[in-house]
Ligand binder design. Structure first.
Ligand SMILES: *Cc1c(COP(=O)(O)O)cnc(C)c1O
Length: 380
């Protein structure tokens, strides 16, 4: 059998408005980039707290004497910086133990594959991030999905599951910005003896008391949500991810999570910068206050101008536009006006639900948000 006809497939995608392309963007400030002689204000990064460009993190990144760790954690690559980051995460999130992974994608795949296997069931929200779905597939367990954010549907699926059951959900959904019904899901898991795993990639640092995330915001802790995944490349502005939970869980993952065992430990500078970012995110509460002010301003301004919104109260504020080609056209028109908001198209989101995923950051100023609203109104 021949491989796909690459040329024909690329043409098909281009004609359907589905071709994906990278662009080289040179940062000019915390919220602007240069692209082809143009200056664009960015409204689609996940740098929610505005930490990515913080010079203190740049210094921490360059602080270790060596660039690379040289080996996997269990060989000779584990460093004091890795330990310090894991300790900082435990303290911030009020968890017994934490494990630093290279990326959130690897954390989710590694954890689900380690915890579930043939004969078990992995139950997931239909809109969960691709890495959770891929982890479920790789594990060899039965993969069952339920209607988005429905506790009732989740309960039905969990109660019909066989073998050990892992119930996994995004905390804040990455493409919609809404929050999972965590208290209800925790009850479902408790009633069925299932284990609840929350991937709070977009909630940690932003939601809940002191930015402890959507699990803390729901009044839940380690006993109800033993498996908590978070990323360090979004609100924390650096790179990497972690799993935090009971000590025995983390010790077990060190024996079994293949995406942690069989890979080079991240550079110690990354861990040092992440540890500082956790501290800054915790202490600099003004970042969350300013962000909440901008979110309110954006939503209020959008509804006044008749710009459609989705039901999100956080920094992810998608503007639904429907068809992929229209999303692309709107995104290009915004770019002509100096705003970068990437179109999110299938298969990342279901067909017919393409959108502009507008995201706000503590690094934005009010007048930048006002400018985006005006451009959106004109373009739509
Ligand atoms: C971004 C994201 C990930 C992947 O994290 P990376 O560190 O970027 O690999 C995992 N889960 C969710 C919900 C995400 O949004």
């Amino acid at each position: 059998m021949a491989l796909p006809d690459f040329h024909a497939e690329l043409t098909r995608r281009r004609e359907a408005g589905l071709l994906r392309e990278t662009r080289s963007l040179t940062p000019l400030s915390a919220t602007t980039v240069a692209h082809c002689d143009r200056v664009l204000t960015v409204f689609c990064s996940n740098d929610y707290l505005g930490l990515a460009g913080d010079p203190r993190l740049g210094e921490a990144l360059a602080s270790p004497a060596v660039a690379g760790s040289g080996a996997a954690h269990l060989i000779s690559g584990h460093r004091p910086e890795h330990e310090q980051l894991e300790a900082a995460l435990c303290e911030f999130l009020e968890r017994d133990s934490a494990l630093f992974f290279s990326t959130g994608y690897m954390a989710n795949v590694g954890v689900i594959d380690a915890l579930a296997g043939r004969g078990d069931t992995v139950v997931q929200d239909r809109l969960n991030h691709a890495s959770l779905i891929d982890g479920g597939r790789m594990s060899g367990a039965r993969l069952r999905r339920y209607a988005h954010a429905s506790v009732e549907r989740a309960a039905a699926v969990v109660n019909a599951a066989s073998g050990g059951t892992l119930l996994a959900t995004d905390g804040v959904f990455s493409m919609d910005g809404d929050t999972a019904p965590l208290a209800g899901l925790a009850q479902v898991a408790a009633d069925a003896g299932a284990t609840l795993m929350v991937d709070d990639a977009h909630g940690i640092g932003v939601e809940g008391p002191d930015g402890r995330g959507s699990v803390a915001a729901a009044g839940l802790g380690q006993s109800q949500v033993p498996v908590l995944v978070g990323t360090l490349g979004k609100a924390f502005g650096v790179f990497g991810a972690f799993v935090a939970g009971p000590a025995a869980l983390v010790d077990y993952l060190k024996q079994t999570a293949r995406t942690w065992i069989y890979t080079t430990a991240p550079p110690p500078g990354i861990a040092a910068a992440c540890a500082l970012a956790v501290d800054l995110a915790h202490r600099e509460g003004w970042r969350r206050e300013h962000l909440a002010d901008l979110v309110g301003r954006f939503r209020e301004g959008a509804s006044r101008r008749g710009i459609p919104l989705m039901s999100s109260s956080g920094p992810i504020q998608p503007v639904p536009v429907g068809e992929a080609r229209r999303a692309l056209a709107v995104s290009r028109a915004l770019e002509d006006r100096g705003y970068l908001v990437t179109a999110i198209r299938p298969p990342t989101v279901p067909r017919g639900t393409a959108r502009l995923r507008v995201t706000l950051s503590a690094a934005h100023r009010r007048d930048q948000v006002d400018g985006l609203l005006e451009a959106l109104e004109r373009v739509l």
